[in-house]
Design a protein around this ligand. Sequence first.
Ligand SMILES: *Cc1c(COP(=O)(O)O)cnc(C)c1O
Length: 407
Amino acid sequence: MIKRNSGFENLTAGYLFPEINRRRREYVAAHPDAKIISLGIGNTTEPLPQYISKALSDYSLGLATPEGYSGYGDEQGLTQLRKKIAEVFYKDMATEDEVFISDGAKCDIARIQTLFGSNVKIAVQDPAYPVYVDGSVIVGAAGKNNGTGYEGVTYMPCTPENNFFPDLSKIEKDSLIYFCSPNNPTGAVSTKEELKKLVDFANANGCIIIFDAAYREFIRDPELPKTIFEIEGARTCAIEINSYSKPAGFTGVRLGWSVVPKDLKYADGSSVHADWNRVMTTLFNGASNIVQAGGLACLDPEGLAAMKSVIDYYLENAALIKKTFEGENFKKAGAQVYFTGNSPYIWVKFPGKKSWEVFDTILDKCNVVTTPGSGFGPAGESFIRVSAFGHHESVKEACERLSKLEF
Ligand SMILES: *Cc1c(COP(=O)(O)O)cnc(C)c1O
């Protein structure tokens, strides 16, 4: 018989969302009339802008005509789209052949791990988006979980005490560093000075940064960096991963991209870009041509304006949620709210309480689903993440209920 990949035996995390759903179902079974509102998951809720949806449907209808039909395209993506992404997001920072189009950021993060194999050391922010560590465990780059974390992984706490920017001195030489800004789940955005420290550290210590910029379009403070490539030195130490999911509502449509600079090298001097090209052309067969047409439309002036207005909509929700958690009732409970207006997540600490305890109280008393911070890593304990993805009316209703909550 064939042996199971031991990575799967080692995997212990990943129960967060199934556990949230289990508790929600159990609550609804006991309270069938409860009208549950979810501010729990990072899933978009608002319809696609007409301009973008039309580009998808036009391309799709075109496929039924001899002129409009196309089969396999370049695995790296439509040249036009690569070019447009380079122009719109990376002017003078990356070239079109350094941009690779994909079916989403999560899939790219998983494929990226094939570049480094099972012998690389890992460093992650704590708390973090689960795929960085779980994917590393599956490919064997991280080992068993000893109760405080996986072997081979350095956890870098990001807390109010360090303004959500980690102590880099804990990172070992030659590590793969996963870094997410704006951050999921904390909502924190690193400044240029902070990212410069990260880049300098990576260059000095043989590290490669996998920079997840999935929430870049939520950044409204013009001083904050939207890409790691705004930082001098990043081209020799960083890969950026990005996605249309959150800015364009493409969570179900599926489209993302990565940027791998040609200046990035392995220890032996060979090119990471060349291997990434190999991975994308070997293990991937290109993103859907229909979806890429939609992705192009997103970057037209009309598309960019439409995306901005949907993000504004979510940011209005976020402002209301922030205000609600800053209310007197939460103050009395000692709640501390972290939100700077540049992400869809509000991160709230309840000192002395466990994340799941707060989750249960809010579910029970307000019928609102949140996400326990402890599910994103040990440093997330005592926090909950509240998501601004939702229709205005339901977010408003949730906030009204929350404002009456007594602990
Ligand atoms: C939602 C999200 C993504 C997007 O993943 P897709 O596969 O493109 O939908 C990537 N990174 C983080 C941190 C996210 O929260």
